[in-house]
Ligand binder design. Structure first.
Ligand SMILES: Nc1ncnc2c1ncn2[C@@H]1O[C@H](COP(=O)(O)OP(=O)(O)O)[C@@H](O)[C@H]1O
Ligand SMILES: [Mg+2]
Length: 273
């Protein structure tokens, strides 16, 4: 139950797809940066032992004193794990390889699937006044991803514009259905976003047509093009929006943020009407 004495709670969105290399981390970083550019306050939770989101936002390994691992395993307070980034309004809960043993360390913990759910609802984070929390999931349907699916309100699925893209989706949809039937009945699909799209490539167009035909309005109008600036930005520890603000990749992530946030404004207006 929501507590009426607490301020409006952030919308929690898990960026998930059990396939690696489809653009989860890239989307989490750049969507977060674009939302912040448009006035939102955003927390990015790095839930991947590879820690790519942390690196990509300039939190180097030695600066990760407390991490998502401490949050989940040692119940470190979220407010202490959160770090600011060079971008005002954008915060991160960093991760490192410690997280790779979390699955095993948690087998005997009865609450193991709910740890992230509970951590993200700690009243102590109200002071940050986050509008959105994005969770960058690992490339698996492991306990970590299950934690994300239980913790979140909705799932954003990056779909790489290549052959077999849709095939992998059915497994994720099954996991979402399972979580809905048990721990998180109101779990929604925020949307599916086509990534690394190459308009000159017939395969990209075919994946887009298939996705729109099969999944309809779940697929965002915005597609993220394959853009070299997007792939260069992490090595400068910057979102592409800061690295090359005028690039096609930056424009696409801005459009995605606008499209996503517009849906929520409409939803909120309907709630309060
Ligand atoms: N729109 C894009 N254009 C070019 N390269 C991209 C784009 N999106 C992602 N990449 C690159 O593809 C690789 C995988 O992306 P990443 O976001 O790390 O995937 P995941 O988190 O799903 O494993 C990275 O090297 C990234 O820089
Ligand atoms: Mg990743």
């Amino acid at each position: 139950m929501s507590d009426p004495t607490r301020p409006k709670q952030p919308r929690i969105i898990a960026v998930a797809n059990q396939k690696g290399g489809v653009g989860k981390t890239t989307t989490a970083i750049n969507l977060a940066a674009a939302m912040v550019e448009q006035g939102a306050r955003v927390l990015l939770v790095d839930l991947d032992p590879q820690g790519n989101a942390s690196t990509g936002l300039g939190v180097e390994a030695e600066k990760r004193k407390l991490t998502t691992y401490d949050l989940l395993i040692d119940e470190a307070p979220l407010a202490e794990v959160i770090q600011s980034t060079d971008i005002a309004g954008l915060f991160i809960c960093p991760a490192n390889s410690d997280l790779s043993s979390a699955d095993m360390e948690l087998v005997a913990n009865e609450k193991r699937s709910f740890l992230l759910h509970d951590a993200l609802r700690q009243p102590a984070i109200d002071v940050f006044a986050f509008d959105f929390i994005l969770i960058d999931c690992p490339p698996s349907l492991s306990l970590l991803t299950v934690n994300a699916l239980i913790a979140c309100h909705s799932v954003l699925v990056p779909l790489q514009s290549e052959f077999f893209a849709l095939e992998g989706l059915s497994q994720l949809m099954l996991s979402i259905r399972e979580v809905r039937q048990t721990a998180n009945p109101t779990l929604r699909i925020e949307g599916i976003v086509l990534t690394m799209y190459d308009g000159r490539n017939r395969l990209s167009q075919q994946v887009e047509n298939d996705a729109r035909q099969n999944l309809g309005d779940l697929v965002f109008r915005t597609v993220i093009p394959r853009n070299v600036r997007v792939s260069e930005a992490p090595s400068f520890a910057l979102p592409v929006l800061s690295y090359d603000s005028a690039s096609k990749g930056s424009e696409a992530y801005r459009a995605l943020a606008t499209e996503l946030m517009a849906r929520h404004l409409i939803a909120r207006r309907m709630e309060t009407a």
